[in-house]
Design a protein around this ligand. Sequence first.
Ligand SMILES: [Zn+2]
Length: 295
Amino acid sequence: MKRYSLLLLLFSVFLAALAPGAAWASAATPVAAPANAPVEPAAGDGEAALPAEEHPPAVTREVRTLRAGTREETEVYILRAAEPGPTVMIVGGVHGDETSGYLAAGEIKDWIIDRGTLVVLPRANSDAIARGRRTSTGGIDLNRQFPVGKEPATELAREIWAVVEEFQPVALLDLHEGWGLYRRHDSVGQTLITYPAGDARRFANEAVQYLNTYHVKNRSTYRFRVVGPPVAGSLARKAGADLGIPAFIAEATAYRTLKATRVRWQKAFAEEFLRWYGLIDREERVVPKEYRAAA
Ligand SMILES: [Zn+2]
């Protein structure tokens, strides 16, 4: 039996040597590919030959301008994944001095989603951002211009609300900052303000627990809490009440924190939000986990 196998092997090697482009022959004389050559999947191997990150899901991006030609001019980004799914909306820059909200939203608009539609309005109040103030010219607080059950009170608020009505998001997240700490100061810093429609409370509790575990180092001072509902006149309140959808205001505190930390908190909330509502599938986090729960 052994002898038969050896003969068979020798015969196979002989045949292979005769065959043009035989596997062993080409393996023995590899052709070096240039370092930056694109990786081609081998014929018949299918997509499995490539790591997943080389096949980002197709996302189309539409950009629209609100309040065009005015000092409130600002862009809204509509990201659509190839795979159909729910629509959600993320907003930043409603208050011009709450830096981390619009910086985070400015990054989120470039994220890749796996399914559905993500509407991002990174700099909702560009006039207030240019002023570096909470309010826009004339002292108008954009987050008091969205009365429940009524037409929004300013042109900017009406154009923003028209986007909400057009896309009918299943949930909305508005990124803000508080100057202090909830319960220690007269501030909502380190809260996720929640309009309790649908599964809002379940998401809020999970998201806050996730951030407190992996993104808050000093938990006795900086742990996030779920509070609510959003203040009357706010975009989140109107979205929650008029559309009956889960709506949230993330409030990162500026109290003795780095801007980079606050941006990370905002992005972590946004990522968990997209994951919860089904727009992101991947296990791998856009915002990597940093801290572990104490053993
Ligand atoms: Zn704010």
